[in-house]
Design a protein around this ligand. Structure first.
Ligand code: HEC
Ligand code: HEC
Length: 374
């Protein structure tokens, strides 16, 4: 185990090359001290909650019992919800018609994009929101997953990202174009509330996110960012109306704002100078406001370790080279706490057919803006 970990770490650093020569020098000494500690120091295990082993075994799914989620008249069975070639669509009025690759993918290798990223591209904490991202950015990320320039920050098995990379290897250029056009036209809504706390519920992992252990009491959060589903069943049933809650250390939002706006924490430039004043994205640079802070933190770590090192991501390697994990948590929390504003691309109508208020009602969306604590 130790030698595999070591190979992974050295592999990572050889990819980063000269860009992270400084990081290699700093961490080099630690490699000798403890490989395991090194990986944990860069990518702590709590950033990638893994399902208990029973999730990974052969499972039988119920084909009969109809399942529901609040606010939707659609029903699915457990078997339906386990089919990677059929995106569960609880709120069909909340998005424009999905292209085939988003709704169904293409068996046996291209899983339906909408299965993981949800039909309206809102994403889930274990993957990524895609709504409103610029089409060329989406196309480039698929190319990077395919070439190996973009990997998960987690060096071990992590099924959501492993499957993403698998799909990227088999998807055609036309399918990528269709998916990119479609997702770019959907409206991102915030699906997370950020709360600064001292203590968190004791947790278990369901579907790669944290859920409170019933009757489990609580524990110190410490220096972690933990995104919880408020309802284990709704998460497992892939309810895309669900609002998650991200617990972050007290003081994170204020610190995150300083990092984002003024480049504190050692970033050579403030995040707003590239990602836009409210972090809503600018040109081909993606929005980071209102997105899952778990996702954002994973990406900062991926840039830091070199797991994400595509040509268009090079500016980010310098940005994170001096950024410590606590400032990454802070800036991810701050960005996630911001409201999302619609991105209207010239000539594109708003994608979902419902007016925003009805959309929000259908999605049971509530925006928690501007660093609420609790
Ligand atoms: C099995 C689940 C799964 C499926 C199916 C899937 N993805 Fe992903 N996708 C992920 C995960 C997980 C990530 C985040 C990976 C990481 O941490 O870098 C991701 C990331 C992405 C990103 C990067 C987003 C960003 O902001 O940089 C894009 C773009 C993307 N996926 C597009 C697609 C498209 C298009 C399809 C369909 C062809 C698809 N995905 C199918 C799980 C999936
Ligand atoms: C010099 C310009 C620049 C600055 C400054 C910058 N970024 Fe970025 N950022 C980019 C670019 C370009 C990308 C797209 C990378 C790619 O194409 O893979 C990006 C991507 C990201 C991503 C991944 C988004 C996704 O959808 O996967 C995150 C997270 C991020 N930046 C966070 C930050 C934070 C936090 C800061 C401040 C500490 C910051 N960035 C500062 C240019 C910048």
């Amino acid at each position: 185990m130790r030698s595999i970990a070591s190979a992974v770490v050295y592999g990572i650093f050889s990819v980063v090359g000269f860009c992270c020569a400084l990081a290699t020098a700093v961490y080099g000494a630690e490699v000798a001290a403890s490989d395991d500690r090194l990986i944990q120091a860069i990518v702590p295990a709590w950033v990638f909650p893994l399902n208990p082993p029973s999730f990974s075994g052969i499972q039988t799914y119920d084909h009969i019992k109809p399942l529901h989620v609040p606010g939707s008249r659609v029903t699915y069975t457990e078997a339906d919800l386990s089919d990677l070639f059929a995106a569960p669509d609880w709120f069909p009025a909340a998005h424009s018609p999905m292209p085939s690759v988003v709704a169904h993918g293409r068996a046996p290798d291209v899983f339906a994009c909408g299965y993981c990223h949800t039909p309206a591209g809102q994403g889930r904490p274990e993957n990524a929101s895609l709504a409103g991202l610029p089409p060329p950015y989406i196309v480039q990320q698929l190319a990077d997953f395919n070439s190996g320039a973009r990997r998960s920050a987690w060096p071990g098995l992590y099924r959501p990202a492993d499957r993403m990379i698998h799909a990227a290897k088999f998807v055609t250029a036309d399918e990528v174009t269709a998916a990119a056009e479609y997702f770019s036209q959907q409206q991102l809504q915030s699906h997370v509330r950020v709360a600064e706390v001292l203590r968190v519920p004791r947790s278990r992992v369901v579907g790669w996110v944290y859920a409170a252990e019933p009757g489990g009491g609580d524990e110190l959060l410490g220096k972690r960012l933990m995104e919880f589903t408020p309802d284990a069943a709704r998460h497992e049933n892939r309810d895309d109306g669900l609002q998650y809650i991200a617990y972050v250390p007290i003081g994170s939002l204020k610190r995150g704002r300083s990092v984002a706006r003024f480049g504190e924490g050692g970033a050579p430039y403030a995040c707003v100078s590239c990602h836009g004043d409210r972090l809503q994205g600018a040109g081909l640079i993606p929005r980071i406001a209102g997105r899952s802070p778990t996702y954002l933190l994973r990406q900062l770590l991926a840039f830091k370790t070199g797991a994400r090192s595509g040509a268009t991501g090079q500016p980010m390697l310098a940005v994170v080279s001096n950024l410590g994990i606590n400032d990454m948590i802070a800036v991810a929390a701050y960005a996630a706490s911001l409201q999302t504003t619609p991105v209207r691309r010239p000539g594109t109508p708003l994608a979902h057919s419902l007016p925003p208020a009805a959309f929000e009602k259908a999605h049971r969306v509530r925006n928690y803006c501007g660093g609420e604590s609790g």
